[in-house]
Design a protein around this ligand. Structure first.
Ligand code: APR
Length: 257
């Protein structure tokens, strides 16, 4: 039996299957990854986007954030076959939750495209927030990002809320705590999973990267789908070094067989 067949058998027999995704699942949609060839962190310095810099120098932070957003999210991008395969596995009751480090909203779009067919899609936890929104750090008001980026691009640096507070991209910045409830829920899902699939992530950023290890230590079958090696490979039961858009539809079809 090959690795994918083994994973599919375990998924079919599982009570709880959890998928954990990173930038690699959106790479085929045209969203750049952070590390590896031509990664975002080859063009920008992570230090430009820390929470501390946002607090010390919101104007400089926003000037750089506009550039980052243009590089990461220029033009339209759609969910790809890997996003659709996970949404379909949820529809087939073979996927409990998607824990994503991505802030591109593509898992939600893939689920929405099938939402009219069912109500209980897999829950999607955006561990690092969502780049399509901003939030006022004083009153907490959330807004779609486009009009605010427009104002910032036209010179309103930093963009401010009607209440006078500064807007912050609704993402978790380096040095910023993940919301307690979100990481707690993610940890309990990883701990109770029977199968944990880590897809398109270099698994180097904590606390998210500890989730596959938590799943493994709780007895889950851990499968990693990633073009490059990761520090968690040795704890995984199955490692697949192929493109997400080839592997995920194959897994879904094998489970459905
Ligand atoms: N198929 C399979 N794997 C792929 C594909 C693909 N088509 N394209 C890229 N990959 C793999 C790369 O080999 C790489 O190991 O996806 C991984 C992406 O790793 P990163 O760019 O490090 O992205 P991620 O793991 O999501 O980063 C975590 O770091 O900078 C922070 O907040 C940011 O959420 C991000 C976090």
């Amino acid at each position: 039996m090959d690795d994918l067949e083994r994973l599919a058998d375990d998924i079919r027999d599982a009570e709880t299957v959890v998928a954990f995704t990173g930038a690699g699942i959106s790479q085929p949609s045209g969203v750049p990854t952070f590390r590896g060839d031509d990664g975002v962190w080859d063009k920008f310095d992570e230090g430009q986007f820390t929470y501390g810099r946002f607090q010390r120098n919101p104007e400089g932070f926003w000037a750089d954030r506009i550039e980052l957003q243009q590089v990461m999210f220029d033009g339209e991008y759609e969910p790809n076959a890997a996003h659709e395969a996970l949404a379909a596995m949820g529809r087939d009751d073979n996927l409990e939750a998607i824990l994503t480090q991505n802030t591109d909203g593509l898992h939600g779009e893939a689920a929405t495209s099938v939402r009219e067919e069912r109500t209980d899609e897999p829950s999607i936890l955006e561990l690092h927030g969502n780049s399509q929104r901003v939030r006022c750090i004083d009153c907490g008001k959330r807004m779609e990002d486009d009009p605010i980026f427009e104002r910032a691009t036209n010179g309103e640096l930093p963009p401010t809320c009607d209440c006078g507070g500064v807007y912050k991209p609704d993402v978790v910045l380096f040095g910023e705590q993940l919301p307690g409830a979100v990481i707690q829920r993610a940890r309990s899902l990883a701990g109770e999973s029977d199968v944990f699939l880590a897809i398109g992530s270099s698994l180097v950023v904590e606390p998210a990267a500890s989730l596959p290890r938590l799943a493994a230590s709780s007895g889950a079958t851990v499968g990693i789908v990633n073009l490059e090696s990761t520090p968690v490979d040795s704890s995984a039961d199955v490692v697949v070094r192929e493109d997400v858009t080839d592997v995920l539809p194959k897994i879904r079809d094998l489970v459905e067989k």
